[in-house]
Design a protein around this ligand. Structure first.
Ligand code: ATP
Length: 431
């Protein structure tokens, strides 16, 4: 874990937020390579959840919503974690996260905790110039409710009928009692959620379908199956609205932790919003000539947790010719930089052809042009941030108008004519 955190800082993937002010506990900033990586994770999710399907559409709802939304959803009453204080050192902890030994994780004192009290995780703010009870609003703690309140709008505008889904990627906020483990648990994070509306009788079938589908997505994008598991919630753990939830867990360096939750939310949310808003949120089934409230299957993933899991799973150290090679074996689609363009030396004679090669690739791939230091060192710098291909322009290139393409994992090199370079790289990304 330390090595990955160190790499992310050193190479501009993830920085502590507000670092020059000593940091702001539990928030992180994605740097130049990190923003590309996380965007690729979100794009890969969107591609498989929306673009490649005929039965899911996307939305982008506001973070600030009418406060009634959170009354209807149950968040004001029940979106709480049990909070305890250590009587000895006064640190606060989530009661359900205390070690089995009962010792305080901070000072080690035994069984010295206060009674648990419920702490609401929603961030409160005020909307408009007057800070009174009437202007209280909340930062959304999940993106799902933005989907439920738009169910009718989307269904009418797109003329869909169940089964169909609505997907959304966006920021959520939770005032976590004990954030930590790097970007795993933070107070501001990004979610990738999809609500899939189905005829009530089909709920269980679709629940199974989405658990399998989402598990497969992580495997397909490079996480070894052995580092993933599906953990069904036991009845005591289930949310009040759910008849079934399974977490997809990843084996983080500190143990198994949730990557994504897949829940059968039944008709709970639509019924609540129908009751609180007075709107009819039923679907009219023409064949059966009857109205019904769709049931909802929700795969809810975290973009930050997924990004971290992809990083951890991809990190490798190996020895090559007696030297340590750090490697991020990221799936090509997730790699922040797709192609590095490297002139063999900084000599001016290579500059025009290097610019030409960069110009051919740049409109189609995220490239990095790097001419600083020895070629061996530059290969290593690209390996450790997962760049799948390095294209080297050397002195022979001036004569034969060919370049050397080096592949990250095998370090195999191919000599390719510049005229065929774009197609060569494109074929490899499409395969
Ligand atoms: P946990 O039990 O770890 O607190 P949760 O069950 O409350 O998570 P969900 O409400 O199911 O989480 O949220 C769906 C997804 O959103 C999670 O699987 C996770 O990837 C992400 N997520 C939730 N809370 C956080 C957080 N504080 N920081 C980063 N990601 C989060």
């Amino acid at each position: 874990m330390d090595r990955v955190v160190n790499l992310t800082k050193r190479r501009g993937l993830i920085f502590p937020s507000s670092e020059i002010y000593g940091g702001f506990r539990s928030t992180w900033d994605y740097g130049p390579l990190g923003v590309l990586l996380k965007r690729n994770v979100k794009d890969a999710w969107w591609r498989s959840m929306v673009q490649l399907r005929d039965d899911v559409v996307g939305i982008d709802a506001a973070i600030l919503m009418a406060p009634r939304v959170w009354e209807a959803s149950g968040h004001i009453a029940t979106f709480t974690d049990p909070l305890v204080d250590c009587r000895s050192c006064k640190e606060r902890f989530r009661a359900d996260h205390l070690p089995e030994s009962g010792a305080c994780p901070s000072c080690g004192a035994k069984a010295s905790f206060t009674e648990a009290r419920q702490f609401n995780l929603m961030f409160k703010t005020f909307v408009g110039p007057v800070e009174d009870d009437a202007s209280v609003a909340f930062l959304r703690p999940e993106t799902a409710q933005g989907i439920f309140v738009n169910f009718k709008n989307v269904q009418t505008a797109t003329r869909r009928k169940p089964p169909f889904g609505i997907a959304q990627v966006g920021k959520s906020f939770r005032n976590e009692i004990t954030p930590g483990n790097f970007t795993y648990r933070t107070r501001e994070f990004e979610q990738m959620e999809m609500e899939f509306f189905v005829p009530p009788a089909d709920g269980p079938k679709w629940f199974e379908y989405w658990v399998e589908e989402r598990f497969g997505w992580y495997v397909e994008h490079g996480i070894p199956e052995g580092k993933l598991r599906i953990r069904p919630h036991d009845p005591a753990e289930l949310s009040h609205y759910s008849t079934g939830t399974s977490d997809i867990e990843f084996e983080y360096p500190w143990g198994w932790g949730e990557l994504e939750g897949v829940a059968n939310r039944t008709d709970y949310d639509l019924k609540q919003h129908a009751e609180f808003s007075g709107e009819d949120l039923t679907f009219f089934d023409q064949e059966a000539d009857a109205h019904y409230v769709p049931h909802v299957i929700e795969p809810a993933a975290g973009a930050d947790r997924a990004t971290l899991a992809f990083l951890l799973a991809a990190y490798e150290e190996e020895e090559v010719n007696g030297e340590k090679r750090i490697l991020l074996r990221l799936d090509k689609r997730l790699a922040p930089t797709k192609v590095a363009v490297l002139p063999l030396s900084r000599k001016e004679t290579l500059a025009p052809l290097t610019a030409e090669v960069a110009g051919i690739l740049r409109p189609h791939f995220q490239i990095d042009l790097d001419d600083a230091g020895s070629i061996g060192r530059r290969y290593r710098r690209q390996d450790e941030v997962g760049t799948p291909y390095c294209v080297t322009v050397d002195f022979d290139s001036l004569e034969d108008r060919s370049v050397t393409v080096r592949e990250r994992d095998t370090m195999k090199q191919d000599r390719i004519p510049i005229t065929g370079l774009r197609a060569y790289v494109r074929d490899r990304f499409e395969s």
